[in-house]
Design a binder for this molecule. Sequence first.
Ligand SMILES: NC(=O)c1ccc[n+]([C@@H]2O[C@H](COP(=O)([O-])OP(=O)(O)OC[C@H]3O[C@@H](n4cnc5c(N)ncnc54)[C@H](O)[C@@H]3O)[C@@H](O)[C@H]2O)c1
Length: 313
Amino acid sequence: MGKVTVIGAGNVGATCANALALRKVASEVVLIDIKEGLSEGKMLDIYQTSAVMDFNVRLTGVTDDYTATEGSDVVVITSGVPRKPGMTREELIGVNAGIVKKVMREAIEYSPDAIFLVVANPMDTMTYLALRSSGLPSSRVFGMGGHLDSSRFRCYLSKALGASMSDVDGMVIGGHGDTTMIPLIDKASWRGVPVSKFASAEVLGKVVADTMVGGATLTGLLGTSAWYAPGAAAANVVESIMFDLKKVIPSCVALDGEYGQKDICIGVPTVIGRGGAERIIELDLSADEAAKFAASADAVRKTNAVLNEIGVL
Ligand SMILES: NC(=O)c1ccc[n+]([C@@H]2O[C@H](COP(=O)([O-])OP(=O)(O)OC[C@H]3O[C@@H](n4cnc5c(N)ncnc54)[C@H](O)[C@@H]3O)[C@@H](O)[C@H]2O)c1
């Protein structure tokens, strides 16, 4: 039934591994980190839930030993450091870029045919780096951010409308950042009916604003960035790959003319199946949405430029 490796056994990586096991997405899940014993401990802990949670998945935790990742179908990259006090954005990009490049190189050596899902931040830029530095086709290297943002969007929408979550549809496209993401409120619907039928512009404006600061709200409450929803969202993307579900998931993919953009990885709805990012869906954006998307792409491009400035690309 396949093998999935998660790189980085921190909050997001371990939560993702746990969700993969619970939902029986693969027959083997490997968790790898550079911190001695961390992956081993987390996988042992997850393994000890298997009798009560009823799953039978081989769980392997290793410290920096990529031989254990050999033959993975999907590799999820969550390894990275959060921004520390006094650290500039360039310094953060420099550190995480070094990590992402290193783990991509090592993982590809043992799983040359894998699909790589980038989660580490700044995610749009790390995805661009992973794609460009690996030379792999863009269908096999893409990022997760918009899926999490869309999940938050749907939560805020369902609460505002008093609707069941599964009846509410909404997508967030653009960059994965407080100011770069674009919750598509005019395309959101309750069972196919535009949400503007059910809530005022003021209420819907608050839904959009809450979605855009969704990550920051949790960081404020937790003192670090969130992990349950990010880990679950990453596992959900892996599930669509492993079971060839062909779900339309807002994903950070390389654009080659779609949405008027080239040479950039940014969030757009994408069909996710056994071939990875199989097809980009081009939405008909309104003039306002298109202008926001262009501005978001400009901002992502500025962050990508740091990769050249610091010499990692
Ligand atoms: N894309 C998204 O939607 C999203 C959401 C939340 C968090 N994130 C990002 O995901 C990343 C992980 O977040 P977290 O909360 O789990 O952080 P964390 O600090 O809990 O975990 C990161 C782990 O990476 C490990 N690591 C560092 N260098 C490594 C290397 N070279 N090889 C293997 N492992 C290495 C660390 O030892 C640590 O255990 C961060 O960059 C965070 O900003 C992204």
